[in-house]
Write a protein of this length. Structure first.
Length: 489
């Protein structure tokens, strides 16, 4: 199993079905809001314009080729001819423009809004050509292409009813919310010989232990994100494949709404950062399969700094001193909100924080929100205290984190803003000199640790267990499933 990009050869076996199981239902209503629950459908029902390979080089998808102008301010994209939506209608440049413009609508709530807003001009010289104009060079446009699934503009208003139409290798056939989704092979798929499977069945089992039981009973072929404890146990059994998808895409974080005292004082936020026992979280909640971190970058990122990443250690006494310095030495009470879908992991982080911060007189009032409510609160920046969740966009062009991820954007969920923060984002955006970029990344890393409005806790690698007869499971840079070549023998 490995990351996949671009057109792949046909699998050695055709036919059959793949039975997947995960704890969360898919959310077809919003294809342009990146969320883990949609990992099984993002690249099975839909396609993207391009997809990165393992060296972050974009490979053709719906876009067959592209050319930059000499000043890197105009990008001309040629679409693949003959690609059809599942409705039978041919893909055109108008569909691509529709999707690019759609994510600019605040009501859509897409993380990609900032990236789309970098595109200042869109032209369609012919049905299969789209030209994008920029005020300044924006090489991160391929990060947008990687994430932007192209949905059918004629049926997008019916997504609530599960009428999902894309160009992907599988057709949306039957959906019972919170129970089961059935996808069937797209006989008109543009990749020759793909997909290999006739059918994909996704079952939703909200209880993570029950999901593992059903997998071990042979009722499922592949289980997405069993508990870390079950993963560690099952990976010892030769009957199963146990794979960690270490793409560097996802991270646990803790953030503070800085509009609410005492979280408006950075010394308080710095104290909270010091009070995170990252190693304990990694060992207890993640069974050691993730890595403690204080920066939002994988180790291969040009923005990664090993020295700074290890500069924040669990230290309650230093945290106590900072609280006293901020005038909060006698403690305080604050809500901490998390997505109830993440109770098995983020919920344990909250428990650890409650225990350790309690020693400093800080009382955390934990509250959970259902996924759609949490996503809306995140988008509307209305937490009013602490909140903890996951973010992506770390393993791409570093500026994309600050243009797209809710915790790090200018209009971030913490309501944090400063002239220096905005200046650094603006300076990164459009800069092509590697030396200057390295200086900007270093300055931003220092600012993130100093202001501590959002702090990283640990990596969140996706992982799965599969039966031995499941072949050629691949995934994208975003841990989205790529099932064109997958077969079940």
């Amino acid at each position: 199993p490995q990351p996949a990009a671009g057109q792949a050869p046909a699998a050695p076996k055709t036919g059959g079905r793949l039975r997947l199981v995960q704890t969360s239902d898919v959310a077809p209503r919003e294809p342009h809001l990146r969320q883990d629950a949609n990992a099984p459908i993002a690249l099975t029902v839909w396609d993207t314009l391009t997809r990165y390979d393992q060296s972050l080089k974009p490979q053709p998808g719906l876009a067959e080729r592209w050319d930059w102008s000499s000043d890197f301010r105009t990008l001309t994209v040629k679409l693949r001819q003959g690609v059809k939506f599942h409705s039978g209608r041919e893909l055109t440049a108008e569909d691509v423009e529709f999707n690019i413009v759609r994510i600019r609508d605040p009501a859509v709530g897409s993380q990609m809004r900032g990236a789309s807003n970098q595109i200042k001009k869109i032209e369609r010289p012919d049905p299969l050509t789209i030209t994008l104009g920029f005020d300044k060079p924006y090489l991160g446009v391929f990060d947008l292409f990687e994430a932007l699934v192209i949905t059918d503009r004629e049926t997008v208003g019916n997504l609530d009813q599960g009428k999902v139409v894309g160009t992907g290798p599988f057709v949306w056939r039957e959906w019972t919310p919170n129970e089961k989704l059935v996808l069937e092979k797209n006989p008109a798929y543009w990749q020759s010989g793909a997909p290999s499977l006739d059918r994909v069945e996704l079952t939703v089992i909200s209880d993570v232990q029950a999901m593992a039981v059903q997998f071990e009973a042979g009722q499922q072929d592949l289980a997405l994100k069993v508990s870390a404890q079950d993963f560690e146990r099952l990976r010892q059994d030769p009957k199963y494949q146990s794979v960690i998808m270490d793409t560097g895409n996802s991270y646990f974080y803790l953030a503070a709404d800085v509009s609410k005292p005492p979280l408006d004082k950075k010394e308080v936020r710095q104290a909270l950062n010091l009070a995170i026992n990252r190693e304990r979280f990694v060992q207890t909640a993640m069974s050691g399969i993730s890595r403690p971190t204080t920066l939002p970058w994988p180790q291969g990122s040009p923005a990664y700094d090993a020295t700074l990443d290890g500069s924040v250690r669990f230290d309650l006494e230093r945290a106590r001193a900072l609280l006293q310095q901020a005038g909060a030495g006698s403690g305080f009470e604050v809500p901490i909100t998390y997505n109830q879908q993440r109770t098995a992991t983020v919920g344990k982080l909250v428990e650890i924080l409650q225990s350790d911060l309690g020693q400093l007189g800080v009382k955390l009032n934990a509250q959970t929100q259902e996924n759609t409510v949490f996503q809306r609160t995140l988008n509307e920046r209305q937490f009013g205290g602490l909140f903890t969740h996951l973010h992506g966009f770390s393993n791409q062009t570093p500026v994309s984190l600050f243009l797209q991820a809710f915790p790090f954007r200018k209009d971030n969920a913490s309501n944090f803003s400063s002239p220096e923060f905005n200046r650094l984002i603006d300076a990164m955006d459009g800069e092509t000199d590697e030396g200057k970029l390295k200086e900007l990344y270093a300055a931003m890393n220092r600012l993130l640790l100093d202001e501590a409005f959002v702090v990283n806790v640990a990596t969140n690698p996706s992982y799965y267990v599969a039966r031995a007869n499941v072949q050629n499971v691949e995934y994208s840079l975003f841990d989205w499933w790529v099932l064109q070549r997958t077969a079940v023998s």
